[in-house]
Design a protein around this ligand. Structure first.
Ligand code: SAM
Length: 207
């Protein structure tokens, strides 16, 4: 746990080293070992055509492979070596060559501005310190094309502290409604057992 308080800028949450340690110690307690079921149901229900997509904080990459297998051109981003290694191994196993950026999502260069038609969110938003949430919205807004979509699961843990940091409906609407049209935002009935009733399935369109 990294707590920094210099009197001006307070950051509470995990540092890069903390995440790295999880991979080194093979403690991926957040990992579902499969793509999150609400995404499977959503794709069954809706026709979401393949496009250029980005997945920030991709971890082991279950969502990355899910989209890749559907023909999406996926850019996966994670700043932990361990995550990048896991995803590269998965790519190898599946004889798939995909783009993995070993990078801090918030420092994606301007060459990625208005590049993606879709950003898929899964337990990255709740992993970052709440004081980074505005940066999350700004980065998503910057890298998505106009009219691009942000589809995500937002985790209402109802607990203090984190990660995962609690995300309430009003946090989501307050943050995103300035630059995104909220197409739908509802609790999904398809979450895995341990997250049942706690996940907001969101579909936003960049204004
Ligand atoms: C809780 S895990 C979620 C992984 C994956 N999305 C999943 O649902 O299984 C959060 C991931 O975000 C990564 N991460 C945290 N902050 C990051 C940042 N600023 N830039 C890129 N990756 C980050 C961590 O290394 C970790 O792999």
């Amino acid at each position: 746990m990294h707590v920094m308080n210099d009197g001006l800028n307070i950051q509470i949450g995990y540092s890069r080293e903390d995440w790295e340690r999880h991979y080194d110690e093979k403690d991926l307690r957040w990992d579902l070992d499969e793509v999150a079921p609400p995404f499977v149901h959503l794709w069954e229900k809706r026709d979401i055509p393949p496009c250029r997509a980005i997945i920030p904080g991709c971890g082991a990459g279950h969502e990355v492979m899910f989209l890749a297998e559907k023909g999406f051109e996926v850019t996966a981003v994670d700043y932990s070596h361990g995550a990048v290694r896991l995803l590269e191994r998965t790519y190898e196993k599946n004889s798939f060559l995909g783009k993995v950026l070993h990078q801090d999502f918030f420092t994606l260069g301007s060459k990625y501005d208005e590049t993606f038609e879709l950003m898929l969110e899964h337990t990255f938003f709740c992993a970052i310190s709440p004081d980074m949430r505005q940066d999350y919205v700004e980065t998503a807004n910057r890298i998505l094309k106009p009219g691009g979509s942000l589809i995500g699961l937002f985790y209402e843990t109802n607990e203090s502290g984190g990660p995962p940091f609690n995300t309430r409906r009003e946090d989501i609407t307050e943050l995103f409604s300035g630059s995104f049209l909220i197409e739908s935002l509802s609790k999904t009935p398809h979450s895995v057992e341990q997250r049942r009733g706690k996940e907001w399935l969101a579909i936003f369109k960049k204004k």
